[in-house]
Design a binder for this molecule. Sequence first.
Ligand SMILES: [Zn+2]
Length: 329
Amino acid sequence: MGFKEIKGQERAVAQLKAGLTTGRISHAYLFYGPEGIGKAKAARIFARALTCENPLEGEPCEICSNCRKAHSGNHPDIQEVFPDRTSLKISQIRNLQSKVYLKCYEGRFKVIIIHDAQLFTIEAANSLLKVLEEPPERTIFILLADNIQNLPDTIRSRCLHIQFNPLDQGVISEILTEQGVNTKIPLSLGQGSVGKTLKLMERIDYQQLLLNISHLIGDLKRAGYREILAWAESLEKDREMLEVTLELITSMYRDRLVRCTTGKEELLWGTDDFVEKESKPEICIAILEEINKVPLYLKHNVNLRLVLEMLLIKLRNIEREERRLDSID
Ligand SMILES: [Zn+2]
């Protein structure tokens, strides 16, 4: 199959294939982008194309003995390193160091794929840096990272960056259908990641969650500080659920906005079962604006709990304004 297996990442694939066909191969790559969008799969195909005996136009032949060994995970020149629990440790890099200066066993290149490179300890990153500064001959490092901000500049600057983008919902749907998976949650919740969508499908009871959030939002107008602080506390505890909850609230107000401005039921995202039928566009827009600010605050390291408390208080105040407007009307 080769690079055809990678869906929705045309630019990244084109960059990799261009290197393979021209022979301009970097000794270190950094594949970055959210989890579950094809980075690891692309790294393995790239590794096969590098070790293949008969590569054709940047694609592995998939039938030579090197390709077959790589497929079964038994190629001596292809190594994958995963975090040891929550971090990539110096012992793992030392272990690699002892091997990378040895000759290739079979293929043209040795390929080291390092998963979750954002989890390097400082010592491990420094140790890898030494290897990257004196790159062993014909050894290619592929670092995979969800978030490159957490990688030291010194390592980032020594890699060729290949960006992987969140996938369109159409692409996610196509991939899930191919895998025989029935989608039980709105694809927007997966935020462009097949991996995340699958994880969420396992984890959440969507209908129940929808009901809970609709009750919480419904009660928000009347909520006192104690309830708001309790909700913020429970949201803070589970980052993944926080993202889903914010996504659902956004989707709900987006549906309200569409309904009150266009009245077109066919444009709704399907959260209409639990939205109030009547709303005002300015209320919806004000609320959507507040929710959209959350990632920005978090980027600037503002305390998450504080951000959530302020957000819920603002949403409540905006909703209360609606009541006042209603009574004026
Ligand atoms: Zn081959």
